[in-house]
Ligand binder design. Structure first.
Ligand code: HAM
Length: 421
């Protein structure tokens, strides 16, 4: 039997790759204007990083990691997310030494062994940004603005920003205690998953989508009523800055996030056209994560956006994506004697930045024209016996059908001019 790609993974084919590249270029350019620099971290890390960073009671760590022992018997895991790795890299490379605020972005695959469905994959792509060193609510607002600007530059519509504060170690424990007691009183109404996690991770009940749990949650105590004064003031400032930036938000007390490292600001972006998996990105503040993985206390905040979902939304929303044909010029090679000349001319055109392909199979003109059409070539440059004798190629404009003769040595210059027009 022919081998297939693993369940939950996909090939990104050349026909789709331009849209991916455009999303990546937009991310680099928008986040670049906010002062973010790219960082690349390993695709696998020591398992302990995610156990301590993301949290051992989260679904991600409990059930979704691709964990294995390497040949040296060390437990490693494919990264399920990027934040813990970026924090590790920041600490390990002492990047904070002498720095005020550090800003990084990353683009790459993440891996989670979840049940695949539309918009949910086992290998998926994120673009994320992380900022270290500042605990000012202004940077929370700035981060959210960067995400917002990225989506609007792409042309994503129907975007909602869900915003919450999930408190800090001063105020959250009392809330968790009361929420656990409340959940205990409603155990028989909870879904199996929430039943199992009501003690270990009770806050996840708040964002469960099951109808029974939603009914229980409707009357559950809310963290917003438990925030300590510093957390409340911080949240008010984040909202005030967002108002100043004219960024709409929806205060959503049920946004708790699926990773343990958050404190204070937590947010998610949802978009239309995505069905059930409509979270197109999410993030928040994580001021205790650096310490959690053994480093010096360093405030941090960031988000990650799901690129697979962004691309689904762009398609569902019929957003016009800039594309270009894979080749500008197709060189038609008619007869063996034409090949050395065609190879050289193709090289001259390419050195002039013209995307050029040529016929390698010695087929007839008609078949070569079909290929040129398929590649969307603007021009076909024909080299046959007559052309060799006159040292001039026949250039055909595939749009108008007009043909002209161009001396070989003038070809790059003439084609450059035509394509620039
Ligand atoms: P997350 O909410 O787990 O956060 O993931 C961020 C985004 O990645 C989601 O909103 C979604 O668009 C996409 N995503 C997650 N899982 C899948 C999947 N299985 N298939 C397709 N897309 C998926 C984080 O990962 C945090 N590290 C974000 C962060 C950065 N917080 C602070 N800094």
């Amino acid at each position: 039997m022919q081998i297939q790609s693993p369940k939950g993974t996909r090939d990104i084919l050349p026909s789709e790759v331009q849209i991916w590249q455009w999303v990546e270029e937009t991310a680099r350019s928008v986040f670049g204007t906010y002062g973010y620099q790219e960082i690349r971290t390993p695709i696998f890390e020591s398992t302990d990083l995610f156990v301590r960073g993301v949290g051992d009671t989260t679904d991600i760590v409990e059930k979704e990691m691709y964990t294995f022992n390497d040949r040296g018997n060390r437990s490693v895991s494919l990264r399920p997310e990027g934040t813990a790795s970026v924090v590790r890299a920041m600490l390990q490379n002492r990047l904070m030494d002498g720095a005020s605020v550090l800003k990084f972005y990353y683009i790459g695959q993440m891996f989670r062994y979840d049940r695949p469905q539309a918009g949910r994959y086992r290998e998926f792509w994120q673009v994320g940004i992380e900022a270290f060193g500042a605990d000012s609510p202004a940077i929370d607002a700035e981060i959210i603005a960067a995400g917002h600007q990225f989506f609007s530059t792409l042309g994503i519509k129907d975007l909602t920003l869900h915003l919450n504060s999930i408190g800090d170690p001063a105020c959250r424990p009392k809330y968790v205690e009361d929420l656990t007691a409340y959940a205990k009183a409603h155990l028989d109404e909870l879904c199996g998953k929430c039943y199992a996690r009501h003690e270990r991770n009770p806050m996840r009940i708040l964002d469960c989508k099951e109808s029974g749990c939603r009914a229980v949650v409707a009357n559950a105590p809310l963290l917003s009523n438990y925030l300590c004064d510093p957390c409340r003031e911080n949240f008010d400032m984040v909202k005030c800055y967002l108002d100043g930036l004219e960024i709409d938000y929806h205060e959503d007390p049920y946004i708790v996030r699926g990773l343990d490292y958050y404190s204070r600001t937590a947010f998610e972006f949802t978009a239309g056209g995505l069905g059930a998996q409509n979270a197109i990105g999410g993030g928040g503040r994580y001021d205790y994560l650096a310490e959690e993985i053994g480093g010096a206390s360093t405030p941090g905040i960031g988000f990650a956006l799901g690129m697979d979902r962004i691309i689904i939304a762009l398609d569902a929303q019929d957003v016009a994506v800039p594309t270009s044909a894979p080749v500008d010029v197709y060189l038609s090679v008619l007869g063996d004697a034409a090949m050395p000349i065609a190879l050289k001319l193709a090289q001259d055109l390419r050195e002039n930045g013209i995307k050029t392909d040529l016929e390698f199979k010695g087929r007839g003109l008609r078949a070569q024209m079909r290929t040129a059409n398929k590649l969307n070539a603007q021009y076909v440059v024909m080299i046959g016996e007559d052309e060799i004798n006159s040292a001039a190629a026949t250039v055909r404009d595939m749009g108008s059908g007009d043909q002209q003769s161009v001396a070989f040595e003038q070809l790059p210059e003439v084609m450059r001019e035509k394509i620039d027009r």
